[in-house]
Design a protein around this ligand. Sequence first.
Ligand code: G1P
Length: 882
Amino acid sequence: MKPKLYLKENGQFKVDNVDKISYLYFPLTNYYSLKSSISPNLNGDAKIDQNSFALVPTSSEDIQNSFYNRNIYFRINDEYTWSITGNTPYQMLNKDEVSLEADFLVHKIIRSNDHFSCEIESLVPFNDSYQELHKVVFKNKTDQPLIIKPVISFPLYSRSADNLRDHRHVTSLLNRARIYKNGILNSPTFSFDERGHNLNKRNYGLFISEDYQIKNYWPILEEFIGEGNNILDPIVVKEDLNNEYKINESIEGFEITSGMELEKVKLIKNQAFTIVLSMIIDDDIEKIKNYTKSLSIKTFNTLKQDTLRAWEKELEPLSFKFKDSTLNGWLKWVTLQPILRRIYGCSFMPHHDYGRGGRGWRDLWQDLLALILMNPESVRKQLLNNYKGVRIDGSNATIIGEKPGEFLADRNNIARVWMDHGSWPLLTTMLYIDKSGDYEILLEEQNYFYDKFTHYTKKKNNEHVKKDNLLRDKNNQIYKGTILEHILVQNLLPIYNLGIHSNIRIEDADWNDAFDMAHNSGESVAFTSLYASNLIEIAKILRKLYENGIENISILKEIYEILIANDYKTISNKHINRDLFLNSVEAGCSGLKVSKNVQEIANLLEDKGKTLLMHIRHNEWLEGKEYSWFNGYYDDNSQPLDDVSKENMTLTGQVFAIFSGAATDDQIEKIIRSADKYLYNKDVGGYILNTNFKELKLNMGRAFGFAYGHKENGAMFSHMAVMYANSLYKRGFAHAGYKVLNSIYEHCINIDKSKIYPGIPEYINPKGRGMYHYLTGSASWYILTEVTEVFGIKGDFGSVVIEPKLLKRQFDDSGLAKIITLINGKLTNISFINKNNLDFGEYKIARVYDDELEVDYIETKFGVKLLSDIKSDNLNIILEKK
Ligand code: G1P
C-alpha cells in the first residue's frame, strides 16, 4: 500500500499509509516557546532550549531507529502487547493501517486493524505554557468484548542535550522523581551543561486525566522494562506485577519514565476508552499542578479549538487563490515556516541537530522578509534592533543573543567574516520602507557593535572593548549613526576589499556556508553583483529622500573620506583606502560627522555600483560555443569556479548576476538555456546548485567534501533555486521563473518522492527526499516571490505598485486569480480578472477598481503605480490585451 497525500485548500491534510515513509516529522509549538517534533510513531522530542529537553534529543536517524518514543502500550486480552508507536514484536508481524491527519498545529495518528482502532491527537496549546497535550481514543471494532490494560510511559530525559553523550549516566544520578496523583514529575537537582553545574529549577512531568484509576506507578525506567527485556516489550505491560510506590513518594537517581499502569478496562462492541495526557515542563510546580488538575477531554477539546483558531489567525494575513487549490493549501504551510524558524531557530528539528537554538545573521534578516508581509507593525523595532549588530567596518557580530537587539562577543575566539552578510539588511529594510513608506527609519540613530575584532576580524584589540560591546568615539562617548550610515558602511567597505580579478574577496564564505576554504585568494563574483546593485539602490533611496525634502545627510567623517577617495580604480589603491579606513576606526571612531548633499552621495554610489556591474557583465561572462553563463567565484588559486569548457556551472553565480542587473536580457536567455541543460533535474525538484566538479576542491570549501548531489554540493537547494526564480521574475522572465517555483512545488507535493509533509525543505537529496524540513530561509523567499513578483504586489516608498506576472494557467476557469494580503496594514482582497485568458506578456493592466471606484495610476515597467491610497478592502484589477 502506497502512501497517499490529500491536501485541502485550507492546508488541512491527510496521509494514508503514513508509516510507509521514514523520517517524517511534524512541528508542535507555541510562542511561549515549547519546541516539539512528532513523528507517526510518536518519536521526536520536546524542549524549551538546549539545556531543557523533556524527551531524549532526537536526530533524524533516531526517528526510525530509537525506541525512546512517547508511548502508550495496551495489553490486549492478556494475549499480546500492542503500542500506539507500532513498535512491538506483535505489530512487526501484524501490521496496522496507519494514517495521519494534520492541521495547524495539530497532529493525529490513527492506527487500526480488524479488532480495534486507536487515535492519538497531539498539540502544544497556544498559550503561555510548556505543555504537549495528547488525547488517546482506543475503540473496540468487534462484536466481542476486549479487555485492555493501558500502560503509559514517556521516558523523561529531563536534561541538557549535551548529556546525551557527555555524562548520560552521571546525570541520571541527579534525577529526583516524585509521584503525584495521576502523574510523575522529575526535578533533577543540577543541570550539567556548557555553563558548568548549576542548581536546576526545571520540572519535567507527565500527567493523565483522572477518568481512570492508576493501578501502579513505575517511575524507574529499568524496572518498568524489566531485567533482560527492552522498551519494545516491557515486563510491566506483559505481566501483572505490583509494586510499593505510593503517591508523594520520591525516587532518587536512575533514568526516569512516566510509567503509569491503569486498571484493566473492558470494552464492549464500539465502546471507546479515552484518556488525555499532558507532558509538561515548568520551573513552578504550582503552575504545573494548576494546569494538570483541570486536565480532561473537555479542556483538551477547548484548547484544541483555541489552538486551531490562533494559528489560523497567525496565517490570516496572507492567502493565495490560484487555479490549483492544492497549491494554495501547500503555500499555507510554506507561510507558516518562517514563523517556525523564528521559534526554533536553525536548531531543534530532527534534521537540525546542531547549534544551540540561535539563528545566524543572514537568517535573522531573511526571516524578517516574511514578517514584513505578515505582521509589519512589529518589524520596525526589530529592524532597528538588528542594526545594533553591525561593526563600524561593515562586518557584524555573529552571535545573536536571546533578547531582541542582543549581540554577543564570540566566546570561542574564532571570528569569521561571511562576506555576503552586509548585503542582506538593505534588501529587508527596502521591502519594509516600500511597503510602509516609513523612510524616516533610515534617519533613526543606532549604536554599532564593538568587540575585540577589528580589520574585518583580521586583528584583535582588547584595549578599547567595554562590557556593553558598543562603539565609542575618541572622547569615549558611545557613538551612534543613522541606519542609513550602517547600510552605507556595510555596502561600501566590501568594494574596497577586492581580489585580483576585481571582485569582492570571499573571506571565510558567502551565502554558501560551505565555500569556506578560499580565504586567501577566493572571490565571490556572485555577491559582488549584489553589493554593486545595492550601491545603486542606496543611490535611488537617497534621491527619494531628496524628493521628500531631505537635502543633506550626516555621516561619519571616516566613511565620507573613503567614499570620496578618488583613487579607487586600481586594486592596490583600493586596499590602501580600505586599510586607512580600518586603521582609523580600530580604536573607536572620531565621532565627527559631516553633513553632505544627498545627490552628491547618490552620484558617487551609483558610479561605483555601475562600474562594478559593467565589470561583471563584460569580464565574468563565459561565452561558449553553444552554452554561456557567468563565472560565480574564484577559488583560492585564483581560478574561476565556473568553466564553460569543463561544463562546470554554479547556480549562485547566475542568480545574482540576474538579480543585480549585471546580466543583460540577452545574457539571461543564454543562462536559462544553460541552466536547463546543466542544472535542471526533474527528479530532485528542479534546478540544482552546481554541476559535479568531481574533485575535492580544498581550495574552495567543505561543500566539495560532501557527496555530490547533497546539501551545498549540487542538491536542489531550495533557497538558491527560489532566488533564481525571484531574479528571473524580477527581470521579466516569468515563464522561466514559474518553472523553477513549480518544479519545487510539484516535487514536494509528491509525497511518494519527496517523503515530507507539505512545505518546502532546505534541499532535496539525490534520491528525491526532502531534507531539513520546515526551518529554511527558502520559505520566506518563496512567499515573497509569490507576493511581490507573481502577483506583483509591491510598494514604492509607501505607494502601491502592482506588476503581475501571472501565467495564463494560474487563473481559474473564470479568469480569476486572487491574493489576500496586507496593504498599508489593511487586509485586502486583490483580484486579477483576466476574462480573455491572456498569458503574461499578452496582457496589461487596463483598469484598477478600489471596490467600485476606478483608481488613477501611472504605468511602470511591468504594471502600474496607484496614485492614491486604497480606501476599501477590495481591489479589482482588470487585465486586457496589450
Ligand atoms: C542554510 C542557512 C543559510 C545558508 C544556506 C547555505 O540555508 O540557514 O544561512 O545561506 O544554508 O549554506 P536554509 O536552511 O536557510 O535554506
